[in-house]
Ligand binder design. Sequence first.
Ligand SMILES: Cc1cc2nc3c(=O)[nH]c(=O)nc-3n(C[C@H](O)[C@H](O)[C@H](O)COP(=O)(O)O)c2cc1C
Length: 171
Amino acid sequence: MNDTMNTLITRRSVRSYKKEQITTEELDAVLAAGIWAPTGMNRQHTKLVAVTDPETVSLLSKMNAAVMGTANDPFYGAPCVVIVFGDSNVYTYVEDGSLAMGNMMNAAHAVGLGSCWIHRAKEMFESEEGKALMAEWGIPESYKGVGNCILGYIDAPAAERPRIEGRTLII
Ligand SMILES: Cc1cc2nc3c(=O)[nH]c(=O)nc-3n(C[C@H](O)[C@H](O)[C@H](O)COP(=O)(O)O)c2cc1C
């Protein structure tokens, strides 16, 4: 099978990570994949904020857990998270941000990293704490969180997720 097809089919959501930080080269590759994702009308508005410092990763994890009302770590111990933001003034911001997320998860797998989409980025960055972080990072107020892409070295293999048959139709 072609390498790209193999990557697309064998990527899985990883929910167990080693503490060791990923390399700058690996992170750069994942971010490049996110930036090269297409955007509606080529507006290229999405912004990707990569967080590697343990204190901020832990803060973000707690903010995400608070949205769910749990105390568990929703980032599964991953040492790095990339938050995808999209400009809510752009009609296709959710789709554009989601494509960046997909590209990044596939790129992560291609370079040997584990990844997983962690939801609730919208709610996280609608909170006062989230808005303060956005201001600190220079993200305009019209932006909304689309997704959190956690990244790290895989500690335990991901669960298999066989696909349900009959979801394609060729006319
Ligand atoms: C929009 C979206 C939101 C998701 N949110 C979470 C999440 O908050 N936590 C989590 O552990 N997995 C989350 N996932 C991962 C899905 O559970 C996972 O993709 C699905 O079970 C299929 O598994 P696979 O990615 O290994 O093929 C999310 C996936 C998507 C596409």
